[in-house]
Design a protein around this ligand. Structure first.
Ligand code: NAP
Length: 305
């Protein structure tokens, strides 16, 4: 495949950055890939496992002469990192990010952009509950969407180039504005994560009453909540604090619906429950038809033996 950037700098070396590295290298999309992470421990692990062609001791050293710099840190750290690397970014280069929230990241990063650097925010809709430099794999973005969130008056050539990179590593790209992105993700990702965290917290309280039954019989649905609720605590703390309004809006609606269903159960309104569950089942069918999940039974898990 054709090389899209000669030198790429990855700031933050967790799940997303390490997956981008493996995918870019496998497809020959980048020349040299340089990396930096906050702690010495992560930088040492990255060197040990051959993550990136070169690991730098400072973020500014990593972005030097890079044609593309990608911020792969928790959303709450984006502004601080942008302030640090801003003066070192190469004129004519592109700065991007992979943050799960877009409005706050744009607000926090934009003031630190020097003239002549093109900022093209992005968000790959792919992840797992694992984090850190060892967790990445080249196929993570295969068949998934990456949303590109161009700012007003942005450089179209820079936008097209980063789309080419994401398509090269297997993703489908779509453009979206930041406010719409944050509301959409509050529905599809942020609120569901909070609900999973809550459900697992409730079960943990009850577990003290029922010993190990919550774990033993978890395959009845609970275990899928536990996978989501095992996601990185720092990343998700930042997502909720940074996408506060949209998440609260969706949680408000969720609470209203929950009360309506609670009332239907209390009053024995089976018709309402059945109609509601029939409507939600159609959403699942839509996701499968859109190729975003498999219709294999057992929530898509492969059978063990
Ligand atoms: P992760 O595995 O937890 O890794 C985060 C990385 O950021 C670590 O290498 C950490 O370094 C580094 N870091 C934190 N603060 C830093 C700072 N001030 N300067 C330099 N490096 C810093 O995270 P991830 O899952 O890859 O997520 C990264 C970004 O992608 C987040 O913004 C998240 O919202 C977004 N995202 C995540 C997913 C997902 O499912 N995980 C999906 C889509 C988008 P140390 O290890 O040295 O602390």
């Amino acid at each position: 495949m054709k090389r899209v950037y000669d030198r790429v700098a990855l700031i933050g070396l967790g799940l997303i950055a390490s997956s981008m590295f493996h995918a870019m290298k496998r497809a020959g999309l980048a020349g040299e890939v340089v990396g930096y992470a906050k702690t010495r421990e992560t930088r040492d692990v990255a060197r040990d496992i051959g993550l990136c062609d070169r690991i730098c001791e400072t973020a500014t050293e990593a972005v030097e002469d890079a044609d593309l710099t990608v911020l792969c840190v928790p959303v709450g750290a984006m502004g601080k990192v942008a302030a640090e690397i801003g003066p070192a970014l190469k004129r004519g280069s592109t700065l991007s990010d992979v943050g799960s929230v877009k409005q706050s990241v744009i607000e926090e990063v934009s003031p630190h952009l020097p003239d002549g650097v093109h900022f093209v925010p992005a968000h790959p809709l792919a992840g797992t509950e694992h984090s850190g430099p060892r967790s990445g794999f080249a196929e993570l973005f295969q068949g998934r969407y990456t949303l590109i969130v161009p700012r007003e008056n942005c450089d179209r050539e820079a936008v097209e180039r980063i789309k080419e990179l994401w398509r090269g590593i297997g993703a489908t790209t779509e453009e979206m504005d930041a406010a719409h992105h944050d509301l959409t993700l509050a529905v599809t990702s942020h609120a569901p994560h909070l609900i999973a965290y809550t459900m697992v917290g409730v079960a943990d309280d009850i577990r003290r009453l029922t010993s190990n039954e919550v774990i033993k019989y978890s395959a009845a649905g609970f275990r899928d909540f536990t996978r989501i609720a095992a996601s990185d605590p720092t990343m998700w703390r930042d997502v909720f604090l940074d996408n506060r309004e949209a998440t609260l809006e969706i949680l408000g609606r969720f609470t209203e619906e929950l009360f309506a269903l609670q009332r239907a159960i209390r009053t024995g309104n089976g018709e309402m429950l059945h109609a509601y569950f029939s409507r939600t089942r159609k959403i699942r069918r839509g996701i499968i038809e859109a190729g975003q999940d498999t219709d294999a039974p057992d929530f898509g898990r492969a059978k063990k033996d």
